[in-house]
Design a protein around this ligand. Structure first.
Ligand code: G3H
Ligand code: 13P
Ligand code: NA
Ligand code: ZN
Length: 328
């Protein structure tokens, strides 16, 4: 059944678990997420970016998620729009039938230019009024994703600040977070703690100076009733990285957010954990390896079928580690 994010995250807070929010663009990702959820009895958040709507087409994307709900009627599914860059984008998603939207007012409509606090409050509050009137939940964001090592947002295309960010933009301030939630009435708040989108988050396994789990604790202590969201939370699995690099890829050496650190965040108010890159890596590694080892195969169902299994493996691990399993 389709449920709102608020319903799901309230349950998660009450029972002390977190929910991975996987990005979805295609059938294979959708199947991997749903099969893993059904196997572990987990509630689901699937999220679609503007890029996903452009890739699949809005009606295909909508019906992909509706198909998941039809095939797995026992699994609660939240259909979330990731990184809306304007109230208009959020409005169109609400019209499409999404049960939750993100208004990311930390960046302008280009998804690149950092904004002022007042702009963020204004746009987010507009979306909350519109969405709540329709029974739709809203995620806001305060602070900018980006590396505490370099000050850069990381992702070349897609959502991420352009140019160098300063330290105060890279770490969400607890007092400002309290004011923001009070002023906007968002259902969930995405915070900046040193993570960034994509595969290049950390040049070495992260320590507390570059991955500020301590900041989550400070924010949670200040606003204990607000559901916190971690973006850029792929773990960049070293086994998939090695497979990609072994079979013709060139991602170099890079590190993500360790699952154990996310679990620590979940103990301190993190309820939604955004993951896209890990499924992309499992998928790419699978295809590279399969085609290298099976040069005579040309049926896409062979290698795409393998990507479902690989992505499902990641989903299963996250549902178990975050305590989502058993809560559908
Ligand atoms: O916001 C980042 C997510 O990984 C979505 O990426 O905009 O390439 O679909 P995308
Ligand atoms: P990753 O790139 O770490 O998977 O983050 C995804 C994300 O935050 C989507 O909003
Ligand atoms: Na989001
Ligand atoms: Zn994000």
């Amino acid at each position: 059944a389709l449920i709102s994010m608020r319903q799901l995250l309230d349950h998660a807070a009450e029972h002390g678990y977190g929910v991975p929010a996987f990005n979805v663009n295609n059938l294979e990702q959708m199947r991997a997420i749903m099969e893993a959820a059904a196997q572990t009895d987990s509630p689901v958040i699937v999220q679609a970016s503007a890029g996903a709507r452009k890739y699949a087409g809005a009606p295909f994307l909508r019906h992909l998620i509706l198909a998941a709900i039809e095939e797995f009627p026992e699994i609660p599914v939240c259909m979330h729009q990731d990184h809306g860059t304007s109230p208009g984008v959020c409005q169109r998603s609400i019209q499409l039938g999404f049960s939750s939207v993100m208004m990311d007012g930390s960046l302008g409509e280009d998804g690149k230019t950092p904004t002022t606090y007042d702009y963020n409050v204004d746009t987010t509050r507009q979306v909350v009024m519109m969405a709540h009137a329709c029974g739709v939940s809203v995620e806001g964001e305060l602070g900018c994703l980006g590396s505490l090592e370099t000050g850069m947002a990381g992702e070349e295309d897609g959502i991420g600040a352009e140019g160098k960010l300063d330290h105060s933009q890279l770490l969400t301030d607890p007092e400002e977070a309290a004011r923001f939630v009070q002023a906007t009435q968002v259902d969930a708040l995405a915070i900046a703690i040193g993570t960034s989108h994509g595969a290049y988050k950390f040049t070495r396994p992260p320590t507390g100076d570059v991955l500020a789990i301590s900041r989550i604790k400070e924010i949670h202590a200040r606003i204990p009733n607000t559901h916190l969201v971690m973006h850029g939370s792929s773990s960049v699995p070293q086994d998939w990285l090695a497979i990609i690099n072994e079979y013709g890829g060139d991602l170099g050496e890079t590190y993500g957010v360790p699952v154990a650190e996310i679990v620590e965040g979940i103990k301190h108010g993190v309820r939604k954990v955004n993951i896209d890159t890990d499924l992309r890596m499992a998928s790419t590694g699978t295809i590279r390896r399969f085609l290298a080892k099976n040069p005579k195969e040309f049926d896409p169902r062979k290698y795409l079928g393998e990507t479902i299994k690989a992505m499902k493996g990641i989903c299963l691990e996250r549902y178990e580690a975050f305590g989502t399993a058993g809560n559908a």
